[in-house]
Design a protein around this ligand. Sequence first.
Ligand code: SF4
Ligand code: SF4
Length: 467
Amino acid sequence: MNTDEFDHKEEFRDRIGSVTEKGARNWIYALKPHGKYYNYRTILVVFYLLLFFGLPFIKVNGMPFVMLNVLDGKFILFSKIFWPQDFHIFAIAMIAFIIFIALFTVIYGRLFCGWVCPQTVFMEFVFRPIEWLIEGNPASQKLLNNGPWSGSKIFKKSLKHFIYLLISFIVANTFLAYIIGMDSLVKIIKEPLSAHLSLFLGLIFFTLTFYGVFAYIREIVCTTICPYGRLQGVMYDKDTMLVAYDYVRGEQRGKFKKNEQRTLGDCIDCHQCVHVCPTGIDIRNGTQLDCVGCTACIDACDFMMEKVGLPKGLIRYASENGIAEGKKMTFTPRIKAYTAVLVGLLVILAVLIATRKEIDTQIARTGGQLYQELPNDRMSNLYNAKIINKTNQEIPVELKVENLKADIQLVGKPTILLPKEKVLTETFFIILHKNDVKSRTTKLKIGVYRNGEKIQTINTNFLGPFM
Ligand code: SF4
Ligand code: SF4
């Protein structure tokens, strides 16, 4: 190979597919894929979109199924309210999530990006199909873009961008519904705009952001902006499963000639894998960070292989070792270690969620107060209780001293009624007979009851005289 040929072959190392030699944007005109993987992905995307747009409407016992109100610090998952007091659960969930991503990437590479990442799903299954529908195939799109501003071009471009803006607006509203809940969103829509101007401006901002991403930025999100995409390189090893070109079988590539005894490799150099690639790369150059694992090139190559009567799978899911040495995917010690940590974290998370209290009570003796002597050989201490109701129902609560005969006297009210989704502060006296106070501090166990059922036991002290 002479130097020129070598430079040309290695050109892909100089820049990403969406940048020209002069540093300008190289607009990617991807061909619509057809094939087994595209069909599977389409089925998955239908479920995905139904879930994404449908979840904010789902309620269980009057509670949204999911609500992530970062503005008020109120989070609802599986119709359970998580409060700032449950932050430890979120912290563990976040750690488990990060480890899961790392583990998943070590084993399956960019499977997430190609199959379930919202950027890929919306770009390849919502926005790009609209473009194919209005502007035609890549060749027609190129002609339209390079041609003069005729009536037809103005119509097609206006229609496409109007639909893009509309979808972006719907997506922005859906995200808002995840944050403030569908009920609040509907209420806001019915009220005058002037009452929610800042929210409306936020909505416009996110609409324009989504529109900008899907209409113009597109694959640059995956190839340049996304931090997960940038981190892939440090997580891959030679056993990581990737969309890979079988160079052992494919090289030396060369055009297919009918009725000719083929002496070259199986790659017929048809470039179909490049034409369908949404990031504009040639997978035959090897594993590249720009590859989002969308499988479009697998479908394209399988189609060509079938056409020329060669076995499918020249581009397929495989690891570097799998292709170089014909080895199967193995569980490396790194994968086993990640799996062990992940399983441990998931168990802790499940236990924390399962044992999470719907009512959480903290009781402490009121600071700076000593005991009080009462008639009939009795004495009292003053206490403060902070009771959190994490449900969306009013709940009557009763406090009882469990280990001694004692009275509890609430200050200013006969009973405790917890308002829904609120933190209640109560003050009360515990009254003991002097015979039960045998030392400076007497240990007390206070039971918290909901509808006669004990839900929590709190340990505290009763302060008596020095003895
Ligand atoms: S190389 Fe193949 S899998 Fe990777 S982004 Fe391009 S078409 Fe998708
Ligand atoms: S689609 Fe398959 S045969 Fe055609 S260039 Fe790509 S790898 Fe070679």
